[in-house]
Write a protein that binds this ligand. Structure first.
Ligand code: AFP
Length: 337
């Protein structure tokens, strides 16, 4: 029987039942995240009407100006997740320090890292934004988790997902056995399985990169993009198309749907900070999803999920998507070395 039409909660509970030893904590945590994402979706869609557009008067830890909805989405995530007893601690793009569970609430066995509203520079132009999350196990016996407890490689993720707030709101989820996409049915307020077992086509003729950084790129990236742009007249002997949404959630969703490659490489402008995108709540969860959908994810020099994290807000180069294209970019890096 087809799974299409199942609610995300039914899907999660069925996954839990397939593991008789499971305590139900992960199912509970996912259900909390689903509730938070529904609330954020509602606020994003009404932001123009209720005056939530524009900048707040503050910056995040990365020195980036915060949008009002960045802060509100962060608060929604924290408020929905702090009291249910499934988490030991949280980390957010918008907050410098770890977020501890208040003493009056029970603690659980998981850690979460999230970007509450990725692509938020797109809110005021009514383009797709989203929430990204990564779930890790908290090392046992740890009353008050520290940074060290969060410093786990992407390969240790238990679950990763993202919710996109676009023409429709969708939740994309992996718990390590493939990738499923659920669409929010606003009439009944539930996410419904609409895209089971998402797979990224191995070949593609579509790339996504911020071309305005071209003069700062390193030779392997210059070579790869140059060959794409030359199309049928170059060594690739086929024409490529280009997309750039400036919203990673939208790019990854497109790649999950029809293939493609997404590149935010390091370059001479951002080399000192390690890259643009954040490892713990952008690169790792997206890499887990992409790999589970048969794609690849690399910095060009190493698999992203094998990087040993050093900081919660660490940045890394990101090259992910269709297998054959990512392999090619990795090869160009090794040929240069
Ligand atoms: P914002 O959340 O500040 O809009 O950043 C989005 C993002 O982290 C990622 O989603 C995009 O792929 C990337 O930054 C866009 O970066 P550019 O502004 O350099 O194109």
């Amino acid at each position: 029987m087809s799974d299409i039409g199942k609610s995300v909660i039914q899907y999660i509970v069925e996954q839990q039942r397939a593991h008789p030893d499971a305590s139900g904590d992960l199912s509970g945590l996912l259900s909390d995240i689903v509730s938070a994402c529904k609330k954020i979706s509602h606020l994003v869609s009404r932001s123009g009407i209720i005056g939530l557009g524009g900048y707040a008067d503050s910056e995040n830890i990365q020195g980036e100006a915060q949008k009002k909805l960045d802060i509100i989405s962060n608060d929604v995530m924290v408020d929905h997740l702090k009291w249910t007893g499934h988490l030991a601690a949280m980390a957010s793009e918008e907050i410098e320090d770890l977020i501890q569970i208040p003493g009056k609430f029970p603690k659980g066995k998981y850690l979460i890292c999230f970007d509450p509203l990725d692509g938020s520079s797109n809110i005021d132009i009514n383009l797709t934004v989203g929430t990204i999350f990564s779930i890790l196990r908290c090392p046992e016996g740890n009353g008050t988790p520290t940074l060290k407890d969060f410093m786990q490689k992407g390969t240790e993720q238990v679950c990763a997902g993202f919710c996109i707030y676009g023409p429709s709101t969708m939740l994309i989820l992996t718990i390590g056995n493939g990738v499923n996409g659920f669409t929010l049915d606003r009439d009944v307020g539930e996410f419904i399985l609409t895209h089971p077992n998402m797979r990224i086509p191995r070949d593609t003729a579509e790339f996504a990169i911020n071309m305005s950084n071209q003069r700062f790129w390193q030779p392997p990236i210059q070579r790869y993009v140059d060959e794409c742009v030359r199309g049928t007249e170059g060594v690739r002997e086929k024409n490529f198309n280009m997309r750039w949404n400036a919203s990673m959630v939208a790019e990854v969703y497109r790649i999950l749907t029809r293939g493609g490659i997404f590149l935010y490489p390091s370059d001479s402008k951002i080399a000192k900070q390690g890259g643009k995108l954040r490892l713990m709540y952008e690169a790792n969860p997206m890499s887990f999803i992409v790999e589970q959908a048969d794609g690849l994810s690399s910095t060009g020099l190493e698999r992203i999920m094998e990087i040993q994290p050093k900081d919660i807000h660490q940045r890394v180069p990101v090259i992910l998507g269709s297998r054959a294209e990512v392999e090619r970019v990795v090869r160009y890096h090794s040929e240069k070395a």
